[in-house]
Design a protein around this ligand. Structure first.
Ligand SMILES: [Zn+2]
Length: 231
């Protein structure tokens, strides 16, 4: 079982691809030499274990709106609002696809809002109704990065193709190259992704920059019931 991952790609493999694998053969070569791609997904699940059981599924807008309405009731927020235009902007995207990235550090320094606020849809709903509502999202669930080794046969060719250009253009030492190749690279999968592909998860406790409120955020909960060390 071979996993193509930022964490394990070696200098030797990199140079091999660069020298010997032309762009048009790359995906075939990748599929022939690796079985899985290491991918990451972040959010604020209330029940981490449910992801291991049910996997990742696209957003169900009716459920998301219901959850949002429950949040508004709990605050309580009672002024009239209309969020249809928010749902319209996400239609055909988060209700259809599941988004992964290849570099888990991106959730720390590039897109920390998934760990701070959870789902992007809920964050947008909150921002559109009243900006302060998003602060309540920071109290729901536990910030979590899921580590998934996804079988390459679940991933379309065009999602993988871009890696070759990244490898070809990469320069500097190994660390610099791995960052250039894997950072800010997303993989989009339609329908659903099995929970059996989750190989681990973590709950980052490093300080995060909160770009949505010009402040910072720090999670202090390092363990959930799934990963808690034995007493
Ligand atoms: Zn955990």
């Amino acid at each position: 079982m071979k996993i193509f991952a930022k964490e394990t790609l070696s200098w030797k493999q990199l140079q091999f691809i660069k020298k010997n694998i032309p762009a048009q053969d790359f995906v075939t070569w990748l599929r022939g030499n690796y079985d899985y791609l290491m991918c990451y997904h972040a959010g604020r699940p209330i029940d981490v274990n449910s992801y291991y059981v049910n996997g990742f599924v696209p957003a169900d807008f009716d459920k998301s709106v219901k959850r949002f309405e429950e949040l508004l009731r709990s605050i309580p927020y009672t002024r009239p609002y209309d969020v249809q235009h928010v749902l319209d902007t996400y239609k055909g995207q988060t209700d259809r696809f599941i988004y992964f990235i290849l570099d888990k550090d991106d959730f720390i320094d590039g897109a920390p809002h998934y760990l701070i606020y959870g789902s992007e849809l809920l964050l947008s709903l909150a921002q559109n109704v009243a900006s302060f509502i998003k602060d309540y999202l920071k109290t729901i669930g536990i910030p979590t990065i899921f580590h998934c080794s996804i079988p390459l046969d679940q991933i379309e060719d065009f999602e993988l193709k871009g890696l070759h250009e990244r490898i070809r253009c990469s320069s500097g030492d190994l660390d610099a190259r791995l960052n250039q190749i894997f950072s800010n690279y997303s993989i989009i999968i339609e329908q659903s992704v099995s929970g059996t592909y989750i190989v681990g998860h973590d709950h980052p406790t490093v300080p995060l920059i909160d770009y949505h409120s010009y402040g910072s955020y720090k999670n202090n909960v390092a363990f959930c019931p799934v990963c808690a060390p034995a007493p």
